[in-house]
Write a protein that binds this ligand. Structure first.
Ligand code: HEM
Length: 287
């Protein structure tokens, strides 16, 4: 409910809320520890790590002299202040947690409804032992699983859409609708992904195979679960990687079954993400 309150009210409410303050302190302490750990690395390790680790690259851009930077204009400022860095790290946590877990919940629900898809994923994994550490090359070779992850994100995008604000007046080319500087435009991911003009196989069908052939070259904006352009999701590669690894591991161990129309009825509810409402699956451990 708090996210629907006007900003001033929600920030007053959160400042007065004991549980929120306590959670904030714990998270900040944890994030500060991560920063200190990065700062304690040797110069060689820092320059190596900032190429492969997002947190390390942000920590490496910490301002040396915050007071001097604060005196400069926005254009002249370089690097991040400590408080900006903490906010960025907090954003990764908030933006990366519920989105990915929601996508996984949809994966489990959809697998329970499509046993033949589970069998195809399992077939692709034949020969991989359960305690094998997967190489990136092996994960990249799981082409069908890629299609499944894409189809889960198309069929049930965890985020419904995004907003863009016009910086100049414009007119839509086909409809002639006039838009003005400052207008907000909603880009609805779910609607785009179900637009029958963009998909050869009925978009109302859950069909990972579409990405193997007829719908492989779909319009780039028909499927944008991570947004697009300068402000697209910075964590999308990590999210896809997490989804793929967890989905593959799950399919090595278990088979999800439909728990029946009463408990596994689907539906959704909207919070920060679009979450499945009724999931009731059976879990059978494979030999
Ligand atoms: C299935 C998982 C995820 C989905 C569906 C998702 C989706 C999105 C979407 C739709 C946006 C807005 C993009 C736009 O307006 O064009 C966004 C922004 C963002 N995401 Fe994700 N995301 C996911 C996972 C993650 C992860 C794992 C992280 C970080 C570890 C992350 C960090 C961010 C950040 C920091 C932004 C804000 C970028 C900005 O405003 O410049 N996301 N995400």
């Amino acid at each position: 409910m708090i996210i629907y309150l006007p900003r001033v009210l929600s920030s007053i409410y959160l400042q007065l809320n004991h549980r929120h303050r306590r959670a904030q302190t714990i998270i900040e302490r944890y994030l500060c520890r991560m920063i200190e750990q990065e700062l304690s690395e040797s110069p060689e390790s820092i320059s190596q790590r900032k190429r492969t680790c997002l947190i390390a690259s942000l920590v490496a851009s910490l301002q040396k002299d915050e007071k001097a930077e604060a005196m400069k204009s926005e254009e002249e400022k370089r690097g991040l202040s400590r408080s900006e860095l903490l906010h960025e790290m907090l954003l990764f946590l908030v933006a990366g947690y519920e989105t990915t877990s929601t996508a996984l919940a949809w994966f489990i629900y959809l697998m329970s409804k499509h046993p033949q898809v589970q069998q195809k994923i399992k077939a692709e994994l034949i020969g991989d032992s359960q305690n094998q550490v997967w190489s990136v090359e092996r994960l990249d070779s799981l082409v069908y699983l890629d299609c499944v992850v894409n189809e889960v994100l198309r069929f049930c995008p965890p985020i419904n859409g995004t907003l863009r604000t016009l910086t100049t007046d414009d007119r839509l080319p086909q409809s002639g609708v006039q838009l003005f500087k400052g207008d907000s435009v909603l880009i609805p991911f779910h609607t785009l992904a179900r637009d029958t003009r963009q998909w050869s196989i009925d978009p109302e069908l859950f069909c990972p195979e579409r990405f193997l052939h007829v719908d492989k070259d779909h319009h780039p904006y028909a499927l944008i679960p991570f947004g697009s352009g300068h402000r697209q999701c910075v964590g999308q590669d990590l999210a896809r990687f997490e989804l793929k690894v967890i989905a593959a591991r799950l399919m090595q161990y278990v088979t999800f079954g439909d728990g029946g129309s009463k408990v596994n009825a689907g539906g959704h509810f909207s919070r920060i993400t679009i979450m499945p409402k009724h999931i009731g699956v059976t879990i059978e451990f494979d030999q």
